[in-house]
Design a protein around this ligand. Structure first.
Ligand code: CA
Length: 407
């Protein structure tokens, strides 16, 4: 696949994240004006309601106050037909509907869809091995279930915010110097996790196999699972993370469709143990997407989505095995995506090895995130002369409020 040319000139550059090949879905406003559904093209946004006459869906779907949920609620055939019509409308040689374009520089981005429920997995082997080694020693790094199921926990849809939203350092009950006496204080080990989020586009209430699960995924976003390590260390046994992960989860503003990522499918890593038949790989279900983390604009880590041990399709398939109902707009976090080397680590916990080896950065040494830091996640699949980008996934840490319980 090579660059598809558009009548929007800025979409025809090899370095734009939003060529005609991409066409990701977002929600924008001009100033405090109403929210509109848009498609990124070059440095512009196509206001889709303004070209509703050219699109094969009910116009009301393009003015859904929830974002792109009403479009997702249609069938995969409609998803494909809409994408094809958008591609035709924006292709070089088509009638130029310049009046439907808005410069991205003038737009404010909002949540691209309403999150129904949020589940976060722990499915990156390098991350799980690093964290397990720190907490339990190298011999017990991976729990016994890890090579058999993508383990995860049910998170909070209410925590999910769009890129650019400030994140407030939380207060919490923190692990003290020993395991018996906690402290009440602002988190001093506030962290990030570089992840991808898969968005479920079809409801289900029966177990799905891996192929069915893959077919039900609508698209992907970048996802930062903000994590308070000192709250997590005290609370996580035996039921897993709770308040440590409830402050905020930032996603990128554009939903990149599964169809746009098709050319970048790649195989999962070698299986160390055979998976049960219903979770076995049936084809390439990961994606080759280079990813990076910036701290105040400086790149501090680089990794790739293909480093995952389990694909989003395997995660969704496992999620449904109990009969768990899945809803349109369910968001599945991949788990932190680290690679084999130190510079590939997707969290400060790993980059600083639990604070023992602070990272030297242009902003000073960092074990965890400091007040005022802006952390950005970035990702773009790299085609032959074109990119498939997600837009930045960033947030700035604001200092903790004064003690909410002090008198
Ligand atoms: Ca996570």
């Amino acid at each position: 696949m090579t660059l598809k040319r558009s009548w929007v000139a800025s979409a025809n550059h090899a370095d734009t994240p939003f060529p005609l090949n991409n066409l990701p879905y977002g929600v924008f406003s001009l100033g405090s004006g109403p929210c509109r559904l848009g498609v990124a093209i070059g440095d512009q946004i196509l206001d889709v309601a303004k070209i509703a006459d050219l699109l094969p869906v009910e116009p009301s779907l393009l003015e859904d106050a929830r974002g792109w949920n009403a479009v997702m609620e249609q069938t995969p055939q409609v998803w494909a037909a809409l994408r094809a019509a958008l591609s035709n409308t924006l292709a070089e040689g088509a009638d130029e509907r310049a009046g439907a374009l808005v410069p991205q520089a003038e737009a404010v981005m909002h949540m691209p869809f309403t999150v129904s429920e949020f589940t976060d997995f722990y499915a990156g082997q390098h991350h799980a091995t690093n964290v397990g080694t720190m907490f339990r020693g190298a011999e017990n790094a991976l729990p016994p279930n890890w090579l058999h199921i993508p383990i995860g926990y049910n998170g909070r849809a209410s925590s999910v915010v769009v890129s650019g939203t400030d994140v407030r350092r939380p207060w919490g009950q923190l692990k003290g110097p020993d395991d018996t006496a906690p402290r009440w204080a602002p988190s001093a080990r506030f962290d990030i996790e570089l992840e991808m989020g898969a968005i479920v586009g079809r409801a289900s209430n029966t177990p799905l196999n891996v192929d069915q699960a893959d077919a039900n995924i609508f698209g992907y976003v970048l996802l930062n699972d903000w994590s308070a390590r000192d709250i997590q260390a005290w609370e996580y046994q035996p039921l897993g993370p709770f308040q440590a992960k409830a402050t905020a989860t930032t996603i990128s503003p554009w939903i990149v469709t599964k169809e746009a990522l098709e050319p970048f499918r790649c195989a999962s890593p070698m299986r160390e143990k055979d998976l049960l038949p219903h979770l076995r790989d049936t084809g390439p279900m990961l994606y080759d997407i280079p990813l990076s983390v910036t701290l105040n604009g400086e790149t501090i880590a680089k990794t790739n989505y293909r480093e995952m041990y389990y694909s989003a399709a395997q995660q969704l398939a496992h999620h449904t095995t109990s009969g768990c109902p899945m809803r349109v707009g369910d968001l599945l976090g991949s788990g932190t995506i680290s690679g084999p080397e130190r510079e590939n680590r997707g969290s400060f916990l790993e980059l600083s090895w639990g604070g023992k080896e602070p990272l030297e950065t242009a902003s000073g040494p960092r074990s965890f995130v400091e007040d005022g830091d802006t952390v950005g996640l970035h990702g773009a699949a790299e085609g032959d002369g074109y990119l498939i980008g997600f837009g930045d996934c960033s947030g700035t840490v604001q200092p903790a409020l004064k003690d909410p319980f002090s008198t």
